[in-house]
Write a protein that binds this ligand. Sequence first.
Ligand SMILES: C[S@@+](CC[C@H](N)C(=O)[O-])C[C@H]1O[C@@H](n2cnc3c(N)ncnc32)[C@H](O)[C@@H]1O
Length: 332
Amino acid sequence: VRVARHVFACCQIGVERWLKAEVARTRPELRPAFARPGLVTWVSDHEVGADVSLGAVFARVWGASLGRASHADEAVALLGIQRGARLHVWPRDPDAEGAAAEALRVHAELAATGRFDDGAPQDGDLVADVIVAPGEPWVIGMHRHGPGRWPIAGGLPHVEVPATAPSRAYAKIEEAIAWAGLDVHAGEVAVELGSAPGGAALALARRGVMVWGADPGDMDAGVLAYQHPNGARVHHLQVTIGALRWEDLPPRVDWLLLDVHLAPQVALHAIQRFLPRLRPTLRAAVMTLKMNDDRIVTEIPALLERVRRLGFHEVRATHLPSNRQEICVVAR
Ligand SMILES: C[S@@+](CC[C@H](N)C(=O)[O-])C[C@H]1O[C@@H](n2cnc3c(N)ncnc32)[C@H](O)[C@@H]1O
């Protein structure tokens, strides 16, 4: 495996400033280098390898940055690999005209070298990262797959959102499930705090999960009418978290979702009282925490520590493709 002196990270276009601020805090020895919308690099005084860690929530993919290439031969030479690495090719700006087609074309060109293994990476596998944009050389990097990392190129899953979904939260929960590898099963039970109009609730009900949503707002009529063949549907408790009573919740809850328009500290405080009751059966909580200003971004480590102190032993956070001024926290 090649060693490098550069580190790259890809993020959603528009949050580069937050990503840089995080890395300035987590890895102060890294100095900002080349950057483009959706891609930030840093230079290190020391060698960095595929195992480089950044500890930055806004980094969707990160690794050692090996250089730029315009042909498969150059890319393979930069990667310096024999066999066995997975190949991830993705567009730096997924919404740019021609970007998706360019990624497909480059993937085909590189796959034809026969140097890469197929299939999703398993923990410990090396991943060759190739970041493309029409008219630009490819940026070549490498990382090692592991917990908290996307198994999908660029952390850009394609979620099919049905026309009946009333909000982008449908895509948010599907992305969270894919990122964290949550094994959500039909027959399980979810409670969502902040459930209206019901995008996430619909996604779970379509997976056969019975959903109880608490929200003072109205749920979409189509979501409330939906019924899965196994009987799963969405129940609406039209109350705020503060007014929700333990007795209103089903006896067994497997998944807890939190997606309220409240400051993160307020939202976390609000769920605290339910956790003793949920703990015996809860598998994970999936929380959307609002990042309404720059200051709250500096508070992410403290927020995650706060989540741990709620009694979760594994807490990970990311910025999902469908997240805007918010992050997704999965706590097990
Ligand atoms: C981003 S939306 C939720 C989207 C929803 N998860 C979906 O899948 O469509 C935020 C929701 O938080 C709700 N909300 C705000 N304060 C709340 C509170 N104290 N308790 C419960 N819900 C609250 C709002 O009514 C709003 O519907």
